[in-house]
Design a binder for this molecule. Structure first.
Ligand code: PGA
Length: 255
C-alpha cells in the first residue's frame, strides 16, 4: 500500500522572512549544509517577492515552490498572481488549500479548481488537508475524507501523477508547545488517506500518490514521524526558517 520513495521535505516560509537579504542568507545556509545529501528532495516555498532572487541562489538539487496561485482566466484580478507567472519563476511545486488560506480565502470549490489547474499545467500540486481538532469520537477521519473527496472529485486519473497530499492537523500547525501528532496516529491517518484515495482512483493510482505530514515538525521529531508514520515526506513551517535546524533535520532523516 505504501510505496517507499525518496523523502520529500517542503519548507513553507509563509510571510517570512522580512527582507530579501535574510531570505538569501537562509537559502545559502541550507544549500551549503545539505550540498552532499542526495537522498532527500528539498523544496523551498518563499513569499512570491523573494522567488526570483532565491531561484538564482538555489542549487539544482533544491526546488522552488509557491504557497498559492490563481488559476482562473483573464488578468483583471487585483492582488492575484497567476499560475503562468508562478511557472515562469521556475517553481515546480504549489501548495493548495493550506489551512491558513482555508480559514480566510479559499473555499472548497476554489481548492478543487486550484488542484486541477495546477495539475493540468504539469506542476506538482501539494493538496493540504487536516482536521481542526482531535475529538475522542474520531470525527476527524470524516473531516479529512470530506476534504479529500471535495478537492479531488472529478479529477481524471491521468492528472494524478503530480498530486501530493500534505496531511496537516490544524491544531498542530504553529503549535505553541511545538506539539506534533504522534507517529502512531500519523500512520493510522496515512492508511486512512490511502484508503480514501483508493476508493476515488483505484489502487494503482493511489499507491503512487505521496503523503506528507506537516504541523510542528522539527529537527527532533522529523525522523520519527517520517519512519514510524510511514509518510513520504514532511511539510515544515517554522523550523525551515532556522537554517541550521533545517539542515540538521535533513541530515538526520538522510541517515
Ligand atoms: P509549522 O507549520 O511547522 O510551523 O507548524 C507547518 C505549516 O503550516 O505548513
Amino acid at each position: 500500500m505504501f510505496k517507499k520513495t525518496k523523502p520529500l521535505v517542503i519548507a513553507n516560509w509563509k510571510m517570512n522572512p522580512e527582507t530579501e537579504q535574510e531570505a538569501k542568507n537562509i537559502v545559502l545556509e541550507i544549500k551549503e549544509g545539505i550540498k552532499n545529501i542526495k537522498k532527500i528532495s528539498t523544496v523551498i516555498c518563499p513569499p512570491v517577492i523573494f522567488m526570483d532572487s532565491i531561484k538564482k541562489t538555489l542549487s539544482k538539487s533544491i526546488y522552488l515552490g509557491a504557497q498559492d496561485a490563481f488559476v482562473g482566466s483573464g488578468s483583471s484580478h487585483t492582488g492575484e498572481i497567476s499560475l503562468e507567472m508562478i511557472k515562469k519563476t521556475g517553481a515546480k511545486y504549489i501548495l493548495v488549500g493550506h489551512s491558513e488560506r482555508r480559514e480566510t480565502e479559499d473555499t472548497e470549490e476554489e481548492i478543487r479548481e486550484k488542484v486541477s489547474g495546477v495539475l493540468k499545467s504539469d506542476l506538482k500540486a501539494v493538496l493540504c488537508i487536516g482536521e481542526n481538532e482531535r475529538s475522542e469520537h474520531g470525527d476527524y477521519y470524516h473531516e479529512v475524507k470530506i476534504q479529500i473527496i471535495s478537492a479531488l472529485t472529478g479529477l481524471q486519473k491521468k492528472y494524478t501523477k503530480n498530486l501530493i497530499i500534505a496531511y496537516e492537523p490544524v491544531w498542530a500547525i504553529g503549535n505553541k508547545e511545538n506539539k506534533a501528532l504522534n507517529s502512531e496516529n500519523l500512520y493510522e491517518m496515512a492508511i486512512f488517506i490511502k484508503k480514501t484515495l483508493n476508493d476515488l482512483f483505484g489502487q494503482e493510482v493511489a499507491k503512487n500518490i505521496p503523503i506528507l505530514y506537516g504541523g510542528s515538525v522539527n529537527k527532533n521529531n522529523a525522523k520519527e514521524l517520517l519512519e514510524n508514520g510511514k509518510v513520504n515526506g514532511l511539510l515544515v513551517g517554522r523550523e525551515s526558517l532556522k537554517g541550521q535546524n533545517f539542515v540538521e533535520m535533513i541530515k538526520k532523516i538522510a541517515v
